[in-house]
Design a protein around this ligand. Structure first.
Ligand code: GDP
Ligand code: MG
Length: 447
């Protein structure tokens, strides 16, 4: 996320040094202008941003520091709009969020992502299935909710979305839910009938939030449609979906100031974990290539259970790390979302993240093989890797449909990894790790 934009900012910032002249400021501004326009940021947004930065930098004295400071402040301004940030809970639960947008924009996916995001933060969430236009819509939601253990209210006998919305709200209140998220129908283009339907649901629910889900791949059209929906029924937040597929990414920069409503979340992949909080000040740091440790820490702590983590460290120390622990670790990693988006939050790694092709660990051939192998083990074998003698290995290789060589290779790697982990979990662990890394650095071993 933001890889291309981050690179553009870095290039521009490097064009100007301490105690520099107007010529280099102009060069930096020109570079920035070109890349922002190329990234599909709206021309007026670019113009306003650069004009203010130029003025402020000149006033403060031309130099990299003042340029950077002004750029950060003004980026923050254009990324912001009056309104709430993040997910805000109503003082009187359930907090009701209405999801609206055009067909295919990502409403249903985002509804489930948001529910999952809140569930990870210990909230009780109910989803209401109010898209009755498409035949398969309720079924899609049912499957997604089932896979992710999220409660759903659907009523296939009912054809009036307003009624379903009301019933869902009743259930949410009675069931003491913290949040109710209402998925609605979309259209290919804005039409009166849809607006009427959404308006009726809106009136019946009086939601705390109306989130407009916009497809970032549609570029400036996303801004235009968000504007229309805002005029017609009032929205309190924008969620940009499919940001992972948008190599340009500029629409995220201008949409809040162009619509006058804050951008609250960004969808960065098809998986349920791929939803990111959009906080202007944190995003500015990321755009400057300074990472975003706050979001990373928040994400990790929401997913990782500290008690479990301690238990695991103890097991590793005692050399008892087994195949069940391994599978559990993989599940945890999945919850963190895509590698690429995580890398962008680590200072110094954001440029690497841009070049990285996203690794889909879950669906990789290696992961499938490993799962097949562990799947062919008995519960005892999973708990105690030392049990695996030749005849057991043979049985596992047959069960997993792999050669014995492949099974042996995996088991050897697993043993080595467990040994390494044990070594580094000791008191001197971090020091050992650093020594090893610097040694491999000296020898030029690629890491
Ligand atoms: P709806 O018609 O607005 O409910 O849209 P859906 O939620 O059904 O999404 C339409 C398509 O977009 C589906 O294939 C989703 O998997 C995909 N999609 C939604 N959000 C994202 C995202 O953030 N990234 C990617 N790559 N695909 C997404
Ligand atoms: Mg849908």
């Amino acid at each position: 996320m933001f890889g291309v934009l981050t690179d553009s900012f870095k290039t521009a910032i490097n064009k100007i040094r301490f105690a520099d002249d107007e010529k280099s400021l102009k060069k930096a501004l020109d570079t920035l202008k070109k890349s922002l326009l190329k990234a599909d940021v709206h021309h007026k947004v670019v113009k306003d941003l650069l004009r203010t930065v130029e003025l402020e930098t000149k006033q403060a004295g031309i130099g990299q520091l003042n340029f950077l400071k002004s750029l950060k402040t003004n980026l923050n301004t254009i990324l912001s709009a009056p309104g709430r940030q993040g997910f805000v809970f109503s003082s009187k639960p359930p907090t009701v969020a209405l999801m609206i947008g055009l067909q295919g924009s990502g409403k249903t996916t985002t509804t489930v992502k948001l529910a999952n995001y809140l569930k990870q933060r210990q909230k009780k969430v109910l989803i209401a299935a109010c898209d009755l236009q498409r035949l398969a819509a309720v079924e899609q939601l049912k499957q997604l909710c089932e896979q992710n253990e999220i409660d759903l209210y659907a009523n296939e006998q009912e054809s009036n979305p307003v009624k379903i919305a009301k019933e869902a709200l009743k259930k949410a209140k009675a069931g003491l839910y913290d949040v109710l998220i209402v998925d609605t129908a979309g259209r290919l283009a804005i039409d009166e009938e849809l607006m009427q339907e959404l308006g009726d649901v809106n009136k019946a629910l009086d939601p705390d939030e109306v989130f407009y889900v916009a497809d970032s791949l549609s570029g400036q059209d996303a801004v235009r449609s968000a504007n229309t929906f805002h005029e017609k029924m009032g929205i309190s937040g924008v969620i940009l979906s499919k940001y992972d597929g948008d190599s340009k990414g500029g629409v995220a920069l201008g949409i809040a100031s162009q619509v006058g409503v804050p951008l609250r979340f960004i969808g960065v992949g098809e998986k349920v974990a791929d939803l990111e909080l959009f906080m202007p000040d944190r995003i500015v740091n990321r755009l400057m290539g300074e990472g975003d440790l706050e979001t990373l820490a928040e994400k990790t702590s929401a997913v990782i259970n500290e008690k479990e983590a301690k238990k695991l460290t103890n097991k590793i120390k005692k050399g008892q790390f087994n195949f069940n622990d391994f599978l559990a670790q993989m599940e945890q990693m999945k919850k963190l979302g895509s590698m690429k988006s995580l890398m962008g939050m680590i200072p110094g790694l954001s440029s690497v993240a841009g070049q990285l092709k996203d690794v889909d660990l879950e669906n990789s051939v290696e992961m499938k093989r490993i799962k097949a192998m562990i799947g062919s083990m008995t519960q005892k074998e999973r708990e105690n890797p030392d049990l695996l003698n030749n005849s057991r290995k043979r049985r596992i290789s047959e069960g997993a449909g792999l050669s014995q060589m492949e099974v042996n290779r995996f088991l050897k790697q697993f043993k080595n990894a467990a040994k390494m982990a044990k070594k580094f979990s000791g008191k001197r662990g971090m020091q050992d790790l650093q020594n090893m890394l610097s040694a491999s650095n000296r020898q030029g071993i690629p890491r």
